[in-house]
Design a binder for this molecule. Structure first.
Ligand SMILES: Cc1ncc(COP(=O)(O)O)c(C=O)c1O
Length: 386
């Protein structure tokens, strides 16, 4: 956190790939196994060990991880899956791809995490699972959600695409839900270019997901080569969601740097926290004291009304000043596809809808310097002047 970024624009997110990462990829490219080789199992084991899960299934994206997990639930027509609206659309769209119906339950105003009370109200006899989202990198209310889902005999899935390295009361995200899903997109904590992982404890479910990522085939190329057989059987319906060995090599190398990345992100968050303490117009999201936040995003709520400005104006002013702010997210139920298909509209999830009006994600990535954080804060203050 000591060197200001060269050039004018500070992006909202930025990956960090160094020579060690490049060398790790080059080694695999020279090795002969480009896909379904040994690096996949190594990356899976390393992520599983890191998050404390017995099983880990590497796939080609976070979206693919969600789709694999939901397909393993064998959803039938009319089966419902409860999701929060303040998330990337993949949390809900994969429910549809897996044959279910997403049902939106609102978030809590302070943290924007899925509200267990709203989940309880949304439960019906058709509910088959709940997907919670560790919004911005903060762990969900895992204990309450587990209690609720266990009592109904349904699955708890965690979309932890924001939360690799986060902890809830000393327990690691990745081991707290029935299945947890991670993304390795370049904006995330570690990257494999594109990539994702499902972590879980149940080996049978993991085997179903491994088949799903590989066309429903019961053994991959590597297994067949070892067993000296051409035979394989398609036992399930599946897709090609495989992650290549060179992507896994990048992921493995990045994983060895995760603590460094997390420490940097937490340092940036602390600098923002200090700058906004007592601010009259800008309020960071609340952090549950028992959690260790992974800070994929640093989200603030801005009192545009008190500033006498609209969000669009402030957003444009910031972009013009070279500050790459972003908004996470347009509530999923307000996107045209969902409005048309499910007749959803304003008023369904008022807390998320209200939040959407006043949230900004400020630049947050490892290596963002103290000077750059100061520049973001200064430009936000300027943009909020009448
Ligand atoms: C909350 C959430 N869920 C799912 C995804 C999908 O991950 P991917 O982009 O790796 O498919 C993302 C990534 O943007 C995300 O932020």
């Amino acid at each position: 956190m000591d060197k200001p970024l060269p050039g004018k624009m500070i992006p909202y997110a930025r990956h960090d790939v160094d020579e060690r990462d490049i060398e790790a990829v080059a080694q695999v490219l020279r090795s002969g196994w480009l896909t379904t080789g040994p690096a996949v199992a190594q990356f899976e084991r390393a992520v599983g060990d890191r998050v404390g899960s017995a099983e880990a299934v590497a796939v080609s994206s976070g979206t693919a991880a969600l789709h694999c997990a939901l397909s393993a639930l064998n959803l039938g027509p009319g089966d419902e899956v409860i999701v929060p609206p303040l998330t990337f659309v993949a949390t809900a769209s994969t429910v549809l791809h897996a044959g279910g119906v997403p049902v939106f339950a609102d978030v809590l105003p302070g943290t924007l995490l899925l509200d267990p009370a709203c989940v309880e109200r949304a439960l019906t006899p058709a509910t088959r699972a709940v997907i919670t989202v560790d919004y911005a990198g903060q762990p969900s209310h895992y204990d309450q959600l587990r209690e609720l889902t266990r009592a109904c005999g349904i699955m708890l899935l965690a979309d932890a695409c924001h939360a690799l390295g986060a902890e809830d009361a000393g327990r690691k995200v990745g081991s707290l839900a029935d299945i947890t899903l991670f993304s390795f997109h370049p904006a995330k904590h570690i990257t494999s270019g594109e990539g994702g992982m499902a972590t879980l404890h149940d080996p049978d479910l993991a085997a179903v997901m491994r088949r799903f990522r590989n066309h429903g085939i019961d053994a991959d190329l590597h297994n067949r080569a070892e067993a000296k057989t051409w035979r394989y059987a398609v036992t399930d319906l599946g897709l090609n969601y495989r992650l290549t060995d060179f992507q896994c090599a990048l992921g493995l190398s990045q994983l060895s740097r995760l603590d460094e990345f997390l420490a940097d992100r937490r340092e940036v968050a602390l600098a923002y926290d200090k700058a906004f303490a007592g601010h009259s117009l800008v309020r960071p999201l609340e952090v549950r004291p028992e959690t260790l936040h992974a800070y994929h995003l640093y989200v603030v709520r801005v009192d545009f009304a008190a500033a006498g400005l609209d969000k669009e104006t402030v957003y444009r002013r910031l972009l013009d000043a070279g500050i790459g702010v972003n908004v996470h997210y347009v509530p999923v139920h307000l996107h045209p596809y969902y409005r048309q298909r499910f007749k959803t509209s304003e008023g369904l999830c008022p807390v998320a809808e209200r939040a959407y009006e006043d949230i900004f994600s400020l630049p947050m990535f490892p290596g963002l310097s103290t000077a750059d954080v100061a520049r973001v804060v200064e430009q936000l203050d300027r943009a909020l002047m009448p």
